[in-house]
Ligand binder design. Structure first.
Ligand SMILES: [Fe+2]
Length: 334
């Protein structure tokens, strides 16, 4: 495993230095502006009418279809007004996906730092998304949490990231969603002042808020990765294995929207010395079989199905992404 991917599935936020061999583009702000200029329709840009920390400062989104938006964005960057832009550079699921043409820097980091460790940690396949962020003028990106473990590689300017470590009661949940922002912010937050050349590791499910401050534009690239498995996709896959099984979840788990969807992270339960042929690890088996429902399948058969699914999942990339197929890709931060 590479140095960075050793941190996957760990629970504490941490600051690290860029590993040997990773340097950032020599002029990160120009690099970022160039990427925005050539990919404007796919970028996400927002500004605030007044700096910062003021909770009620109004957020305005730029119209990406209007070519003039780029100049307006650039001007705000040059004048250090509160502005923020992001652009997805890599979007890949189980090795299948897209890398933006002019994102060579991100591609190299992806290939040299993440590909191998991600495959080892997520043998069923995983999702990886790299996103470029540029912001300044005390722009505040509101508190939220992501489904994936994230590494924020910081390149220029100063960024203050406030992270609320995942409270214990959420760490212990086998089946989870990320709806309860308030509950996830009951831990004592930690403030990280990021300098260029540093990486912040933010565990999945940890709430965080980001403020770009100081004179210079803050440019960073995040790499989010993992294989949170939707309960609804598990049902679909189990029903393909047993004809007429009609395996389902309770109604409260059927809501399909970003924060109400329920997941489990199978790769967190991999035991080093356990042979996949021994079936699904006990704790996971108990929790899943306690929730899954079917009039046609008794508990013993359900457990056998789950163990068969586990054997398959540990031997091939059958991960399809964080959202059930019929939902498609949901917008917003991963
Ligand atoms: Fe985030």
């Amino acid at each position: 495993m590479s140095e960075l991917t050793d941190f996957l599935h760990t629970d504490e936020p941490k600051v690290l230095n860029f590993p040997e061999g990773v340097t950032h583009p020599s002029d990160p702000v120009s690099w970022a502006l160039e990427l925005f200029a050539t990919n404007l329709p796919e970028a996400d840009m927002q500004s605030r009418e007044s700096p910062s920390v003021k909770q009620d400062s109004k957020l305005t989104y730029f119209d990406q279809k209007d070519p003039a938006s780029f100049e307006r964005f650039k001007q705000r960057i040059q004048n250090a007004q509160p502005v923020h832009g992001s652009l997805s550079l890599i979007d890949s699921c189980s090795g299948d996906g897209t890398i933006r043409d002019n994102a060579d820097w991100a591609r190299q980091v992806y290939e040299n730092q993440f590909v191998q460790g991600l495959a080892e940690c997520h043998p069923m396949g995983g999702y990886l998304r790299a996103t470029m962020w540029a912001s300044c003028g005390d722009h505040r990106y509101e508190a939220h949490c992501d489904l994936f473990d994230g590494f924020l590689l910081h390149m220029s300017g100063q960024k203050r990231v406030r992270v609320w470590p995942v409270p214990n009661k959420y760490r212990q949940r086998v089946i989870f969603n990320h709806r309860d922002f308030k509950g996830r912010m009951t831990s004592k937050p930690i403030d990280f002042e990021l300098e260029p050349g540093q990486i912040l590791y933010i565990p999945s499910g940890a709430m965080h808020e980001v403020i770009a401050h100081g004179e210079e534009t803050a440019v960073s690239v995040s790499f989010h990765m993992g294989s949170p498995f939707p309960m609804l996709t598990l049902c679909t896959q189990l029903n393909m294995m047993v004809q007429g099984g009609k395996v389902s979840v309770p109604p409260y788990m059927k809501k399909i929207d970003k924060f109400n969807l329920f997941f489990f992270e199978p790769t967190r339960f991999i035991e080093k010395d356990r042979n996949p042929d021994d079936g699904m690890p006990d704790r996971l088996l108990k929790e899943l079989s306690g929730v899954l429902q079917s009039k046609q399948v008794d508990l013993k058969t359900m457990r056998r199905m789950l163990s068969n699914w586990w054997r398959l999942a540990m031997s091939r990339p059958m991960y399809q992404g964080p959202y059930p197929e019929r939902v498609g890709k949901l917008s917003g931060s991963v």
